[in-house]
Design a protein around this ligand. Sequence first.
Ligand code: MCN
Length: 791
Amino acid sequence: MGASDFVNLPNIGTSVRRKEDYRFLTGGGQYTDDITLANQSYAVFVRSPHAHANINSIKIAAAKAAPGVLDVFVGEDVAADKINGLPCGWLITSTDGNPMKEPPHPILAQGKVRYVGDHVAMVVAETLEQAKNAAELVEVDYDVLSAVVRVTDAAKATALHDAAPDNHCYKWAIGDKAQVDAAFANAAHVTKLDLTNNRLIPNAMEPRAVIGSYSRATEEYVLYVSNQNPHVERLLLTAFVMGLPEHKVRVIAPDVGGGFGSKIYLYAEDVCLTWASKKLNRNIKWTADRSESFVSDAHGRDHSSHAEMAMDKDGKFLALRVHTDANMGAYLSTFAPAVPTILYATLLAGQYTTSQIYVEVDAWFTNTAPVDAYRGAGRPEATYLLERLVTRCGWELGLAQDEIRRRNFVKDFPYQTPVALQYDVGDFHALLKRGNELAEVAGFEQRKTASAAKGLLRGMGYSCYIEACGLAPSNIAGALGARAGLFECGEVRVHPTGSVTVFTGSHSHGQGHETTFAQVVAARLGISVDAVDIVHGDTGRVPFGMGTYGSRSLSVGGTAIMKALDKIETKAKKIAAHLMEASDADVEFANGEFTIKGTDKKVTFGQVALTAYVPHNYPLDKLEPGLNETAFYDPTNFTFPSGTYICEVELDPATGVVRVDRFTAVDDFGNIINPMIVEGQVHGGLVQGIGQALLENCVYDPESGQLLTGSFMDYAMPRADDMPNFTLDTLCTPCSHNPLGAKGCGEAGAIGSPPAVINAVLDALKPLGVIDFDMPASPSRVWEAIQSAKH
Ligand code: MCN
């Protein structure tokens, strides 16, 4: 079925209420920490208080003797059982001929700690209280070493790893440097900008949690874990770390209270608890407290970049040159190398026809928590850089923010960028036009005058983003050097009474798949949404899956389900043909009914389902009973959502307080299954993006390497009263290569919004002489910028 037929089916494009919400709103959700297994014990981790130190000794005798303690483990215990370090590095290949440095990432530290929060020992006791008390008795003798936290200082700092004496991890580049340099040499105007993309701490509402369980009877492990991709977690755990046969490990990711990318990797705690559950023959639970989450969840962003745009005299972009230093933290996290490379540099063409682009990335180790994917992963960093630079180009040439963009938009599709991606569809002019209308741009000057009358400044900022999601086409990822393919799996099981259970490799941790995937199935089969259940998050029930990240679930996971439905329809037509004594080729299926063209014969989907399992006069020699199909789907391209975001801020120059007064977002997500859920996704993304731009900032002390923003007292999360009422709209150019015509929507808000906010802040501050500013635009930082511009 093609996208144009699909979109006209009942239930598609309808704001069906979320099926999962009754469970969540009535306290019926079951998160990992809600699960209590028989004979359950509790783990507590002893973590490094230092950013960088050699470990002289660890004394555990007193802790072992403490009441209720089952055992205390250190790095040597794990190593003695031949447990490998966490997997890293295999996603990309460096491009300068020097192999990427992939130093070991031990499950528990061995001889050295490299960031505050690094795992030193694990205490397991009968109760959580006892485990906590015993952890206090573990004595670690450290020799403190000097620490480095900023990428810009990394090259000259004390080495974290023997394998990387200058703390350099890898170099990666894309584009033709010689051609870019030549274009710069002939440019009428060059705009330059230095930018920092601030480090963020993910802070999902549910902290990470794990239960390790082992059965001596079946020799099987079960790992309950708050995770976004249980099959990948199992693969990494068994094949890369523990050397276990995969079929002996079941990973269950039950209800998960948000992940935002921070729960796609295998963490040390997951391995420790799985390993120790067999050693102690006990079920063991660990749940991070909020302070632990701050220091030990993988962080996001943390780029330092220099960008230059070469233009002709009319502001037409000729070439873009970017150098980025990316902070990888103390160890290379599992998916981290892909973030500042294939997910970042390939997006730097943006919505524009810049014909030459060269991007060079250096990745560095520092004494900070490992950095990995966080909502958008690389794409917010690319969009922030490009959209800040484009606004600056406009200022320097005296062109309005929308005009400089309009002059450079891609108009013809498909469009091949100079940095690997091929955009299939889009209409950037239409998005900008609609954005300008909804944002009431014509009335801006009047609003600015009204603000001025109150002693306030007003500014307006644009961001026209495009992102690549629906990760991933394995062929494109492979061509970019990725050493792993990606696809998704869906199984559709039709029951005899015509209800349906779908097993999907996608994992919902807030995105509403139990509703939207059910809408897709109900629409195709002509049954009610309530007759469809979606099962996810359990390697024991779902055949296989690559999980949820990169806004891929609908376009990749949903399409896998569509492919399984194609097979269901083909087989169901055969059964219907048998029932109606006709040829398969003459059977048509629509609205839950099978008919024979030109006759009044018909059978319902329910009749066919029953016949599949309770065959009567069934042609068993020609047709198997049952109606249960599985499909795997690997797309041929990414999907490319795009949008125009326009932010208007009001700023008090006396206090530096910035208030977002208006925010308009017009997105193109292709065909939409559930507008209400999509709107919710956009709201969430916008709040995260505006949070990064105004409030959130992870700060390590540059001398000691201590995390200074280690609680919500110091790390400012966005709250409802920091946000305006958003003005939202969507336009649609259907994705050309999936049968849903859908593009991803889960990250767009976080990708597109930060530059819109900072461009607005700078627009307001420009009259005071402030022309550059790094996120977050917190009151003290804005006030300081105003003061320094005065002197
Ligand atoms: N959808 C739709 N029509 C479209 C596109 C999507 O109806 N054209 C629906 C989908 O069916 C799905 C939801 O919108 O119910 C999001 O779909 P999609 O864009 O495919 O994104 P994913 O489901 O793959 O979610 C991943 C994305 C990412 S990468 C992050 S990070 C993120 C996000 O989703 N983390 C989240 N949104 C989150 N929302 C919550 N509540 N919690 C998180 O951790």
